[in-house]
Design a protein around this ligand. Structure first.
Ligand SMILES: Nc1nc2c(ncn2[C@@H]2O[C@H](COP(=O)(O)OP(=O)(O)OP(=O)(O)O)[C@@H](O)[C@H]2O)c(=O)[nH]1
Ligand SMILES: [Zn+2]
Length: 337
């Protein structure tokens, strides 16, 4: 009896402490809001989230005479979960500005956090540059996994084969070009580059113009080298990604938006580069294979699992040569993973 009473009391205490924490946070947010009302804030204007630091964000003005001006901003309590790349309505302040609302997003990139929950990391990305290389060679499935994730978020992927200077051996060149041609045939843009030979960079620059891009791909394929070639003078690892906190200066993993000198923007962070697909249903995965679209819904059985089922339209398309067998095998590996 006594034991049960104690545990109820303990529960009550824990709940009370938690409620106090929530109340304190709400009070802090209200106080910050109130303080801003009394400051001389500017007119509402359009802006873009450049980076996110705890309770604050860095906003760049995208309109007006001082377009390009950057200010740290407080975020109104009713504006939830802003991420880098978000388009916002904000007001400039003497010291701190304020974000009043977030405009609708056309895409959202997410990645799993430590607890395995998907956390949004970047908004309004137009282009996913999927970097592959002869070394390390892309492992089976890697390209398709990224493409499915891109299709699920509505972001246009482009395949970038970097380090083409390493393709001296005809056998290797043929193998990688055959791989690229699978994707060209189903309508993906591909391009070849070498940061070593400074090859393909102009083509890449023209693709990046007027868009927000992210670079993804396995470790060692040359993402940093490509970004450094396109964004000279910006150290992506230190400085730009650091923030001052009471605990001292440290590098955060927050995503940051950068402007390419020749036009277009980059959103980058260690987390974004690892972005991948998590827990997508077989239907969404199938939608992520764009050459399957014409056949989905045409299988004999409405609940066809496309795994040897009778009258499977996908399997028939593979037999006819309309779907590449490697892509179909990749689809099955992803849904059975
Ligand atoms: N031969 C050759 N090597 C390159 C090229 N681009 C990059 N490398 C080399 O590839 C290695 C990996 O390059 P990074 O740019 O660090 O690759 P990354 O994709 O950013 O790797 P992570 O930071 O681990 O994700 C480095 O030793 C580069 O010098 C290229 O065009 N040709
Ligand atoms: Zn089927």
């Amino acid at each position: 009896m006594a034991k049960r009473k104690l545990s109820r009391q303990q529960r009550w205490r824990i709940e009370k402490v938690q409620q106090e924490k929530v109340d304190r946070a709400a009070k802090r947010a209200r106080k910050a809001d109130d303080a801003l009302v009394h400051d001389a804030l500017g007119e509402p204007r359009n802006g873009r989230v450049m980076a996110h630091f705890g309770q604050q964000v860095e906003i760049e003005a995208v309109d007006g005479e001082d377009c390009g001006l950057v200010q740290r901003c407080h975020v109104r309590a009713n504006v939830t979960s802003l991420v880098t790349g978000d388009a916002v309505i904000w007001r400039q302040g003497p010291e701190l500005g304020v974000v009043e609302s977030c405009l609708p997003r056309h895409s959202l990139l997410a990645r799993p956090n430590m607890q395995g929950q998907m956390k949004p990391v970047a908004a309004n990305v137009d282009h996913l540059l999927l970097v592959i290389a002869p070394e390390p060679e892309p492992f089976a499935n890697l390209i398709d996994r990224y493409l499915v994730a891109a299709e699920a978020t509505g972001i246009e992927p482009v395949l970038v084969l970097n380090k083409v200077d390493l393709l001296q051996m005809p056998e290797k060149r043929e193998r990688l070009e055959a791989l690229l041609s699978i994707y060209q045939r189903i309508g993906y843009q591909t391009l070849q580059a070498s940061t070593q030979l400074e090859q393909g960079l102009d083509h890449l620059k023209s693709l990046l113009k007027d868009r927000i891009s992210v670079f993804v791909g396995q470790s060692g394929v040359g993402k940093s080298s490509l970004i450094n070639a396109l964004l000279p003078g910006v150290d992506l690892r230190v400085g730009a990604l650091s923030e001052d906190t009471r605990k001292g200066r440290h590098t955060t993993t927050t995503a940051r938006l950068f402007h390419f000198p020749d036009g277009g923007d980059l959103i980058d962070s260690p987390g974004i580069r690892e972005f991948s697909l998590e827990n997508l249903s077989p239907e969404i995965v199938a939608q992520g294979f764009r050459e399957f679209h014409d056949y989905l819904g045409s299988c004999r059985f409405r609940d066809c699992r496309h795994q040897g089922d009778l009258g499977c339209a996908l399997a028939e398309a593979v037999t006819r040569g309309d779907i590449h067998p490697e892509r179909f095998a990749s689809f099955l590996r992803i849904i059975n993973a």
